[in-house]
Design a protein around this ligand. Sequence first.
Ligand code: ADP
Ligand code: MG
Length: 315
Amino acid sequence: MDEFELINRIRVRAGARADVVLGIGDDCALLEVPAGLQLAVTSDTLNAGVHFPPETAAFDIGWKALAVNLSDLAAMGARPAWCTLALALPEADAGFVAGFLDGFFALADLHDVALVGGDTTRGPLSINVTAHGFVAPGAALRRDGARVGDDVWVSGTLGDAAAALRQWRDGQPVDGDLRARLDRPTPRVALGQALGGVASACIDLSDGLLADLGHVCRASGVGARIEVEALPASAALLSAGDAQRRRTLQATGGDDYELCFTALPACRQSVLDAARSSRVPVTRIGRIDHGNVVLALSANGDAWIPAHAGFVHFG
Ligand code: ADP
Ligand code: MG
């Protein structure tokens, strides 16, 4: 399979939307942004061995490459529309490509995202996706909107993906439910949009709750207090290890792709309505405070110190 056969395999599955004037095949795509809306743009790369274990299934690599980008759009409250795909492959292995595209388009089709272009090169396996979405002017959920007194919330459960990675690194059998959270994260696209006009700030959790909430606090010029025992855990995580280990995974493990957001206490019912309409559970885990640090507290009010902080490239 040469480069052009490969691109053709991609093109036939790219998905159609009325706002794609010209998709894959020319030097650029031509796209129609709806009048009166802003374009939200985000880009993320997955490198083999850095962002996923080398033996990860092709389907899951394709799914995750798009999922992490849709998660960024969700965190801004944007509605996904288009994406591009820059693919570096060590060889044009037809089986790998078929599995990859199955995973990629399974998620793209769920969210009506059209693939409108990209680039294909030879090199160590690396996947860059750029995703585009729409948001009304002034409605985007930014990192800099948290205010003292706001509640802090998270969607779903935390720590599953990190627990899977830990089991894998420790050479243990990896629990299937935990592994699914690592390999096929669910971007909270509907929740992000439902939180427009409700949340004061939002971020998606890729590097770990404490690290990512720290980004919100820095951008907003505030601090936060988190109740470690309030952090939501899945049944799989609850049966995977002791409490201290679990809390470290929940507070600092990465790859959750849940939303962490802030909202006025007066908006609690609106937050719960947004959660119900988007069918994603949410949990209140703390509040925004004066200062500039994220404090994690045990049930007795003592500071809780994790074994290690979030993931930092080059850190
Ligand atoms: P150029 O050399 O002009 O950049 P290419 O030969 O790289 O063109 O690509 C031809 C067409 O195929 C372009 O429209 C490009 O956007 C698209 N394309 C290339 N690789 C991919 C890919 N991995 N996924 C989606 N579209 C791609
Ligand atoms: Mg090119």
